[in-house]
Design a protein around this ligand. Sequence first.
Ligand code: 6PG
Length: 258
Amino acid sequence: MTATSPTDIRRAVRVAADPEALAQAAASVFVTLAMATPKNRDLTVALAGGSTPRRMHEILAAPPHRDAILWKNIQFFWGDERCVPPDHKDSNYNMARETLLEKTPIDPAKVHRMKGEVGPVEGCAAYLKELDHVPAGPDGLPSFDLIYLGMGDDGHTLSLFPGTAPVTDTTNLVAPGYNKNLDSHRITFTPRLLNAARLVVFVVGGASKADVLRQVLEEEGPVETYPSRCARPTSGSVLWLLDAAAASKLSYATLGRS
Ligand code: 6PG
């Protein structure tokens, strides 16, 4: 069991009034980093799956953000993927393609999707090659500029589900995941790769997440129980973007964390 203390990491918590304001806040982080990236290097971003990112993507794919961002200087990755074809309704890549990539002048050569259709083991092996496009950080691991994460109401993030092997995988950078409730095989970043990032941004909304969010942000305990606790970047930071409903069970101490 790996106990964690919620207080000893570089963490900020921001609360938006409602889902739309949350999506706007998440989009503004993307714009800020994109605008701050020097012209002679690419921004490396890992997108999240699930449903929450949809609205953020739509905001980025529309004026004014669409016309302000140098899309060709952005390398797109995914933190996890379902083992389905890329045009499947459950594909995280497919969701991003529909809501963002098809609507912006990105460089297709800089879109590094996880090949879920080949299965978890082969998909993980193939993705290691894609990570060669991510510059190494101080510890020699691929260090993403920005990783977006969602959180499930069971406290999972990426495809790190409670009690599953990749949650405590300290060796690999990507690993096979499995959601037994959905009988869904996955490819997922491990905590080791996640925590090599410069900035990790959780985007979490809705009252259904409030109880688990309090457990993750305010209670010490094993990462195996609530895998979102694993987000503890070695030299980077974690930003929690929440809407008021998701943040409704948090203490003032947590809400005041800047
Ligand atoms: C996935 C995601 C997963 C997601 C959470 C939250 O592939 O499903 O990576 O970790 O972010 O389950 O999903 P919602 O945004 O739909 O609540």
